[in-house]
Design a protein around this ligand. Structure first.
Ligand code: CTP
Ligand code: MG
Length: 237
């Protein structure tokens, strides 16, 4: 029986991508920001958070040694279990799901490439998930978004009051996310996030409003933005 007053919580960190849009000679997660690898920044927040019991880190097999050398050894993590990644983000998360403690109540998924995640958002996500079963962090869309056709012309303009840009962490009851992934495999469905798979199970997903600073490091200019945000956060600590 799940103990929802103090739920056992695992986080899966997919970090097994190729970082193609970064165009760097190494996987973007091993690039440094403020002297520390991006992945180390991300992992440290979860390592320090007392509500997180286990971190399942999903990485490429060929990067096990660089990860150990540059991230795991210098920064002294105690909660991490390493798992080999898959060809897509969804497959990497699914591999992580199969490796987590089976007694887990709540599972959170957070991109390795989002190093500016704040502990308060993790804590709020867990509490909201205990109440609502499925949550995702997001921020109100700042730009107008248009839906276009294949011909490149605008089809319609959704009301921005109801548009949210989705980030991670995304957090779920463990059984719910596992079932959603298993069904996706059976039905050959590939989604760009985990919430989409849960939505397909007809389970409502609650939005947890996060921070605009929680960017995903994707292209080279994101490194400059993240460096300045991290320096500011460290100064204000
Ligand atoms: N990811 C993963 N396994 C994959 C693909 C992506 O674990 N097969 C991870 C990435 O390492 C990243 C997160 O999912 O932390 C979000 O993906 P994205 O930002 O798209 O990273 P990449 O796929 O590495 O970058 P790109 O799409 O530019 O190649
Ligand atoms: Mg990708």
């Amino acid at each position: 029986m799940a103990n929802m007053e103090k739920p056992l919580t695992s986080v899966i960190i997919p970090a097994a991508g190729m970082g193609r849009r970064m165009n760097a000679p190494i996987n973007k997660q091993y690039l440094t920001i403020h002297g520390k690898p991006i992945l180390a920044h991300t992992l440290e927040v979860f390592e320090k958070c007392p509500l997180i019991n286990e971190i399942v880190l999903v990485i490429n097999q060929e990067e096990f040694s660089i990860c150990k050398l540059q991230v795991l050894k210098p920064y002294c993590f105690t909660k991490i279990k390493l798992v080999r990644g898959g060809d897509t983000r969804q497959e990497s998360v699914f591999r992580g799901l199969k490796a987590i403690n089976p007694k887990t109540d709540i599972v959170m998924v957070h991109d390795g490439a989002r190093p500016v995640i704040q502990e308060s958002v993790i804590v709020r996500s867990i509490y909201e998930t205990v109440e609502h079963r499925a949550t995702t962090v997001g921020v109100a869309a700042k730009n107008t978004i248009k839906v276009i056709g294949e011909d490149g012309f605008v089809e319609h303009t959704p009301n921005r009051d109801y548009l949210v840009e989705i980030q991670t962490p995304q957090t779920f009851e463990y059984g719910l996310l596992k079932e959603a992934h298993e069904q996706a495999v059976l039905q050959g469905i590939e989604g760009t996030d985990d919430a989409f798979l849960v939505e397909r199970q007809n389970v409502p997903v609650k939005i947890v409003i996060g921070h605009y600073t929680n960017i995903k490091i994707t292209t080279p200019e994101d490194l400059i933005i993240a460096e300045s945000i991290i320096k500011r956060l460290i100064k204000n600590d």
